[in-house]
Write a protein that binds this ligand. Structure first.
Ligand code: DGL
Length: 272
């Protein structure tokens, strides 16, 4: 066991592979940090489950990561962030970064006409977490929220090319209403949606600014680690360890789309 907390890893959990978009953004800003990533692939998707179930899973994920010597936890999953952040912060003493507030902050900074769209899973949208986070920052902003559940399996399948007819038609079906709402900013409130950025931008229009929660979150992680004096002190590249709760080979195959590079080793773990 390492004794110096600076050497401890950043823990990230997601319901599956989608959180790799957050890992990628964090790694870009903090290449020296070690990262422990847990994808709960046995129980994905979280976005269609009840709040009680998502909370139970989130606690199990955090307990597992805490055993891996982590100094900060990132809840990369928007659904888990929307539902479980408060309970996890009450339960654990380590710093916890979620993805909703950073995305909301990005949207509030970007909008010029005070009309913001938010897309996410059903659980995220129904929780009202993005709406509340945006209104806390600026109550005058009108928020138009829309669940887009089919974007998750499309991204998992590797179907995100804007030229693909299925992708285009799905995006059209979900986004046309938001287009009519004359939004000028759209929050991609789900780990999987950055993969569909091209298609979403094409349908919603070039004038709408897309907010990627992953990038915004990575900046928060840098700030928290700096403020708490927890940044790793040595030089050299940090290692990434990947854990999943089911079917590691699927994680390796699809994961490279999310991460932008090959994943060499994935460990199967039982966290129940
Ligand atoms: N990770 C989830 C999210 O960001 C999407 C996939 C799921 O439904 O579990 O909301």
């Amino acid at each position: 066991m390492k004794s110096d907390i600076h050497e401890y890893a950043i823990g990230i959990f997601d319901s599956g592979i989608g959180g790799l978009t957050v890992l990628r953004a964090v790694k870009k800003l903090l290449p020296l940090e070690h990262i422990m990533y847990l994808g709960d692939t046995a129980r994905v998707p979280y976005g269609t489950r009840s709040a009680q179930t998502v909370l139970k899973y989130s606690i199990a994920n955090t307990d597992f990561l805490l055993k891996q010597n982590i100094k900060l936890l990132i809840i990369a999953c928007n659904t888990a962030s929307a539902i479980a952040t408060r309970a996890l912060r009450e339960r654990y003493s380590l710093p916890i970064v979620e993805v909703i507030t950073p995305g909301a902050r990005g949207a509030v900074a970007a909008t010029r006409n005070a009309r913001v769209g938010v897309i996410g899973t059903e659980a995220t949208i129904n929780s009202g977490a993005y709406q509340a986070a945006i209104h806390k920052l600026n109550p005058r902003i009108e928020v138009f929220a829309r669940p887009c559940p089919l974007f998750v399996p499309l991204a998992e399948e590797g179907w995100y090319d804007p030229a693909d007819e299925i992708v285009r038609l799905t995006a059209q079906r979900y986004l046309n209403e938001l287009k009519e709402n004359a939004i000028d900013t759209l929050v991609l409130g789900c780990t999987h949606y950055p993969l569909l950025k091209g298609a979403i931008q094409q349908i919603i229009g070039e004038r709408v600014t897309l907010i990627d929660s992953a990038e915004e979150t990575a900046h928060v992680v840098v700030r928290v680690l700096t403020d708490k004096d927890l940044l790793i002190k040595k030089s050299g590249g940090g290692a990434c360890s990947f854990f999943v709760t089911d079917i590691p080979h699927r994680f390796t195959e699809t994961g490279k789309l999310f991460l932008g590079k090959e994943i060499e080793t994935v460990q199967l773990v039982d966290i129940l």
